[in-house]
Write a protein that binds this ligand. Structure first.
Ligand code: UD1
Ligand code: UDP
Length: 356
């Protein structure tokens, strides 16, 4: 029996972990998973909703570490994850993405000489001011097994001298999730009716990156740009952005409706039926593509450059003029069929690669 300890803490990690966790449960004679939730995200709509909707087992350990500065947050998590790992001594620690929970997990595990498997390895923005860039570089270099989603991610690791023997390109677990949950979302989500939206009659937006939320000029610029959308905009809003809009006293245009964060099935339904998606999220850029919707990325760069190369994603920063121009262009963009992110079996490939 291979014992895997998964460390998660933030919204996108619950969605990614749901895929691999299901794969473990399909092979109960070979794998036992225990889940540590650091508590980085703690509101019901940022955490619990995903566990119940996506049928993720209740975490075995909830560390209750949320909020605070990066140092406080990561430091407290490190201390508490270490305690659990000392008690559990798993064969692998499984980590996702690039959050502070990922960094705490990798530091705790490697110093106890527990091999780390990193899902979504090899992504780079080459912007070291992003906390995620530091987290992902450190995690990749300390991991024993690195699961990459794309050709570029695999090449990035080779370029940094990481041995090819540790790297396995499996595709993107978020694509597995998109395929698995699309039908369920269609059947179970009443989000269009709830928000009074017509299919292809609205744009969907998300904003949560600190470079946007913590800079009043950029945050204002984004709302000025959103006002130019030729249709209503629905904005399920991350709590940090809600706080910053209030703190900077930013005027939200009447065409933009702010709602609380939605669950994954509602989000999938909203994405599939949107005419356009505007976001600074990593995951949402890819989901736009999975569901055939053009995307405008309100950042200065992206890790998912293949989407830009394919002409389905436009990078606009937080500049209202660039947002306006991209809105005019994207509305006629047709997202081609085809897959840049594997074949939807990343979850089982990751599971099967975890061998003694
Ligand atoms: C984190 C990740 C980011 C990821 C995002 C996904 C880091 C450095 N960043 O950013 O990579 O894209 O999650 O959503 O790990 N808050 C609440 N309730 C919650 C969660 C957060 O009110 O349930 C507020 C708190 O004020 C908190 C702030 O949001 O201090 C920021 O939360 P944090 O987890 O530090 O960063 P995110 O912006 O969510
Ligand atoms: N998401 C969601 N509800 C929302 C906003 C996002 O379920 O209100 C999902 C989204 O579909 C994607 C994931 O959260 O699967 C992306 O997470 P987020 O944007 O918070 O983080 P990032 O991907 O940028 O790290």
């Amino acid at each position: 029996m291979i014992r895997v300890c998964t460390v998660v803490g933030a919204r996108p990690q619950f969605i990614k972990a749901a895929v691999v966790s299901r794969a473990f449960r399909e092979a109960p004679d070979r794998y036992a998973e225990s889940i540590i939730h650091t508590g980085q995200h703690y509101d019901h709509g940022m955490s619990d909703v995903f566990f119940s909707e996506l049928d993720i087992p209740k975490p075995d350990h909830n560390l209750g570490v949320g909020g605070g500065s990066h140092g406080q947050n990561t430091g407290r998590m490190l201390e508490k994850v270490e305690e659990v790992l000392v008690a559990e001594r798993p064969d692998f620690v499984l980590l996702y993405g690039d959050t502070n929970s990922t960094l705490a997990g990798v530091l705790a595990a490697v110093k106890l000489h527990i091999p780390v498997a990193h899902v979504e390895a090899g992504l780079r923005s080459y912007n070291r001011r992003m906390p995620e860039e530091i987290n992902r570089v450190l995690t990749d270099h300390a991991s024993s097994l690195l699961f990459t989603p794309t050709d570029l991610a695999t090449r990035n690791l080779a370029g940094e001298g990481i041995s090819a023997g540790k790297v396995l390109q499996v595709g993107d677990v978020m694509y597995d999730a998109a395929l698995f949950y699309a039908g369920l979302a269609e059947r179970n989500s009443g989000s269009l009716a709830r928000f009074g939206l017509a299919p292809k009659g609205y744009a969907l937006a998300t904003i949560h990156r600190p470079e946007n939320t913590d800079d009043p000029m950029r945050l204002r610029g984004i709302f000025t740009g959103l006002e130019a959308a030729p249709m209503p905009v629905l904005l399920p809003l991350h709590p940090r952005t809600r706080k910053q809009i209030a703190a900077f006293d930013i005027a939200v245009p009447a065409s933009v409706t702010i709602v609380d964060p939605v669950g994954y099935l509602d989000m999938v339904m909203l994405e599939r039926n949107a005419a356009l998606i505007l976001t600074d999220s990593g995951g949402v850029q890819k989901e736009a593509y999975f569901h055939g919707v053009p995307c405008i990325t309100m950042r200065d760069e992206t890790e998912w450059v293949e989407l830009v190369d394919a002409g389905v994603n436009i990078i606009v920063g937080a500049d209202p003029d660039r947002i306006r121009a991209a809105l005019a262009r994207s509305i006629t963009t047709v997202v081609p069929e085809g897959q840049l992110y594997g074949d939807g079996t990343a979850g089982t490939k990751i599971r099967d690669a975890l061998q003694p």
